[in-house]
Ligand binder design. Structure first.
Ligand SMILES: NC(=O)c1ccc[n+]([C@@H]2O[C@H](COP(=O)([O-])OP(=O)(O)OC[C@H]3O[C@@H](n4cnc5c(N)ncnc54)[C@H](OP(=O)(O)O)[C@@H]3O)[C@@H](O)[C@H]2O)c1
Length: 182
């Protein structure tokens, strides 16, 4: 459970969560240079889009830079960065140099009525897990080991004993796992 009262938003009786979304392979590899380690997995991309549409997505600057289309359409894009000029962000996106403020901006952007999604990369995953700011994780477990050419980026280690894991669905190229806090 998120401990900071700002993020424990109870609106109309609902509790709106910080959900971490990530895709890792058998080695928990998530990135190759500033790209995904695997070729476009259409079904996973469609699931990502369906889950996040109309919600806010929070990401680090490098993940933002890796997006082919930015901002991600139909979503409030919140980028964490101390170097991006917030004034030059395109419509549908904002940048902020502080993680807590970025999360708060994301909740406010959807008027505290929807869950928000934390979509990477590794440095952001690490910080939100260390600071106990994640209520749920939805992980695409991509089958196999992938080649690292430009520098591998891995999902950070975290205390797995604190989470319940269940398989949400199985697919030809990947499985979807849900981690919920014990
Ligand atoms: N498989 C997946 O699910 C997935 C998802 C997303 C990304 N990725 C991959 O992950 C890799 C990128 O991850 P990464 O760790 O290198 O980069 P990242 O987390 O995307 O971005 C790092 C940058 O974000 C900013 N930042 C992060 N935390 C901050 C904080 N607390 N305060 C202020 N700024 C903060 C900093 O930007 P400034 O330097 O501008 O201050 C930092 O340099 C790529 O390979 C990408 O393809 C994979």
């Amino acid at each position: 459970m998120v401990v900071f009262y700002e993020y424990s938003l109870v609106v109309n009786g609902g509790f709106f969560m910080n959900i971490l979304l990530a895709a890792w392979d058998d080695n928990r590899l998530i990135g190759n240079g500033n790209e995904l380690p695997w070729h476009h997995i259409k079904e996973d991309m469609r699931m990502f889009r369906d889950r996040t549409l109309n919600h806010a997505v929070v990401m680090g600057r490098k993940t933002w830079e890796s997006l082919k289309i930015k901002p991600l359409p139909g979503r409030e894009n919140v980028v964490i960065s101390k170097t991006l000029n917030f004034k030059s962000m395109p419509d549908g996106s904002v940048s902020h140099g502080n993680l807590y403020d970025a999360l708060e901006i994301a909740h406010l952007a959807v008027e505290d009525k929807l869950d928000i999604f934390i979509i990477g990369g590794a440095s952001v995953y690490k910080e939100v897990l260390e600071k106990d700011l994640v209520d749920k994780m939805i992980i695409t477990r991509v089958h196999g080991s992938h080649e690292v050419v430009n520098g591998g980026i891995y999902f950070p280690s975290f205390d797995e004993t604190k989470w319940n894991v269940k398989v949400l669905s199985n697919h030809e190229l990947f499985d979807v796992l849900e981690y919920t806090e014990k």
